[in-house]
Structures are given as structure tokens and as C-alpha cells.
Design a protein around this ligand. Structure first.
Ligand code: NDP
Length: 280
């Protein structure tokens, strides 16, 4: 089996399938993005995670077009930035993202942050439903939402987001939120899955890496896969791009999974969604 064929699919609550492993492009400079995404597609990734705020959607679009891969073999996510929330702005911002990506249809569109103080995320998600119903987006979700934000969207819009993309790694495992997602039928997608490298020197992860003869990054990403997270590591280093994909010919034991579970210390590397309001 090729690397691509080995990547499991996760079925979302709307019937759409998402590859469980994708390639993130946060902090990839716009001028380097076409090359980075081309490397990722050549290595076998088929799921790319970008955002309007990353300013590199056009590079993602160029790599997709140059790849010659059939559109239905790719899964492309982008996100609505904080200053674009609200019904009309959302419709326009989506059109601009789709144009930069040179795609008619986006596979997954996410509200990047709730920005609860602006109180526009419910109206924004209603616009997402409209765009989905018009066939412009296959699946609609959110990012950095906490329990109260999720429940409000579900109650007031009547549609459950398919995905909540949140910071999640061995030092911030979010057990309560993961449990809630399971109850509500929302897929958990992990951003900064290796905590931007901060977990790679952890003695427990290093010990497991030695035992399974893999790298600490592979152990951490395999842990995400085994606990059911969708995971989107980022790298602009070709060897690491390939390393992060080679997760499907080994597995962790229950003891390994439990040992990583014990590393949780509720430690964020990124902003706290309760207070983050950049750009709003
Ligand atoms: P990651 O946890 O994926 O870490 C990326 C960092 O780790 C880079 O510095 C990279 O270096 C390094 N790295 C990658 N692979 C390896 C490896 N095998 N060995 C050693 N070092 C490695 O962090 P990100 O914050 O980038 O998160 C991943 C993706 O999640 C983003 O790209 C984005 O798509 C998404 N995201 C979403 C957010 C949201 O609010 N929704 C917020 C943040 C991220 P190098 O590139 O130099 O190889």
C-alpha cells in the first residue's frame, strides 16, 4: 500500500470523510508555500490545512493545480479570520478564500476563533450553513470553540459543527472537551500536535521512541491517531514531512498510550480561546 492509501479516513457527522492525517501550513511564508505543499503532496499527504490569516492560500492553490491530482482525492481546509465574522462579511470572505485557492468547492471551512466578546459566531455559522447548502463547502466546522460556544451554536443554529480544531498535544490533552465532542458527534482535530516541538524532548516520549524504534515526533503523532484525533503537523523540512507521514506501520501499546496520557499538564503553547481577540 502507498503512504496515501494507509492514511485512515474519519467519517464526519455529515457523512463527509476526512483523512485523519493532514499537512498544516501555519507560519509557512507565502513565497515558500507552493513548494512546501508540493513536497507534502509528493510524499503522499492529501489533506492540507490553511487559513485566510496565514496569507498563503494562493500558494496552496498553486500546488494543488500543479499537482494534477484529481480534485476528489484532495481534502482542503481553510478558515475564516476573526475580522470577517458576521453574515455578509463571511459570504465575501469565503468567496475570496475560494478564489485564492482557485477552488470552486472547499472541503472544510472553519470559524478560526469564537471571539465571544464580539458575539457574532452564531450568525457566522448560519452563513456557513448557507454556503454549505449552496454547495460551496462540503463540511462546516469551528476552531478553538469551548463548551459554551459549541452548545450555543447547536442550540441556536440547529446544526452541529462537524469538526472542532483545537490545540491538543501530550501537554494539553483536553479530556473534557474530547469527551464532549464524542457526546455531540464532533470530530476532534489537533493543532500544534507536537506542541511546535516542545514535547519532543520529553523523557517518556523519548523512552517510547526508543522502544518502538521511531522518532519522538512519530510517537506523538501515532498517539494522536490511536486516540482518534485528526492531526495536522506542519514542517517545511522535507525529511520531517516524510517522517510525520510514516505512522501506519507501527503501533503503540496500551502501556505507551497510558504513559502519554499521564503527561497532561494543561499547558498551552498558543493563545487561550476564552480571551483571544486578535484582529476582531
Ligand atoms: P506543530 O506542532 O505541527 O509543530 C511545527 C513545528 O515543529 C515546526 O517548527 C517544525 O519545524 C517542527 N517539526 C515538525 N515536524 C517535526 C519533526 N518530525 N521533528 C522535529 N521537529 C518537527 O505546530 P503548528 O503550530 O504548525 O500546528 C500544526 C498546524 O495546525 C498548523 O500548521 C496549522 O495548520 C494548524 N494550526 C491551527 C491553529 C488554529 O487556531 N486553528 C493554530 C495553530 C496551528 P520545520 O517546519 O522547521 O521542520
Amino acid at each position: 500500500m502507498s503512504q496515501t492509501e494507509q492514511i485512515p479516513a474519519v467519517q464526519l457527522n455529515d457523512g463527509v470523510s476526512i483523512p485523519q492525517l493532514g499537512f498544516g501550513v501555519f507560519q509557512v511564508p507565502p513565497e515558500d508555500t507552493e513548494r512546501a505543499v508540493t513536497d507534502a503532496l509528493e510524499a503522499g499527504y492529501r489533506h492540507i490545512d490553511t487559513a485566510a490569516a496565514y496569507r498563503n492560500e494562493a500558494g496552496v492553490g498553486k500546488a494543488i493545480a500543479a499537482s494534477g491530482l484529481p480534485r476528489d482525492e484532495l481534502f482542503i481546509t481553510t478558515k475564516l479570520w476573526n475580522d470577517q465574522q458576521g453574515r455578509e462579511k463571511t459570504i465575501q470572505a469565503f468567496a475570496a478564500s475560494a478564489e485564492r485557492l482557485a477552488l470552486d468547492v472547499v472541503d472544510l471551512y472553519l470559524i478560526h476563533w469564537p471571539i465571544a466578546m464580539a458575539d457574532r459566531y452564531v450568525e457566522t455559522f448560519e452563513a456557513f450553513v448557507t454556503l454549505r447548502d449552496e454547495g460551496r463547502i462540503r463540511s462546516i466546522g469551528v476552531s478553538n470553540f469551548q463548551e459554551d460556544h459549541l452548545r450555543r451554536v447547536i442550540d441556536e443554529v440547529g446544526v452541529t459543527p462537524s469538526v472542532n480544531q483545537v490545540e491538543l498535544h501530550p501537554y494539553l490533552q483536553q479530556p473534557g472537551l474530547r469527551q464532549l465532542h464524542e457526546e455531540l458527534g464532533i470530530a476532534t482535530e489537533a493543532w500544534s500536535p507536537i506542541a511546535q516541538g516542545a514535547v519532543l524532548d520529553d523523557p517518556v516520549i523519548r523512552r517510547i521512541a526508543q522502544e518502538v524504534d521511531r522518532t519522538p515526533a512519530q510517537v506523538t503523532l501515532r498517539w494522536h491517531i490511536q486516540i482518534g484525533n485528526v492531526v495536522i503537523p506542519k514542517s517545511v523540512t522535507p525529511e520531517r514531512v516524510r517522517e510525520n507521514l510514516a505512522l501506519f506501520d507501527f503501533s503503540l501499546t496500551d502501556e505507551h498510550v497510558d504513559a502519554i496520557a499521564a503527561l497532561d499538564r494543561d499547558e498551552r503553547t498558543g493563545p487561550d480561546p476564552a480571551t483571544f481577540s486578535l484582529g476582531a
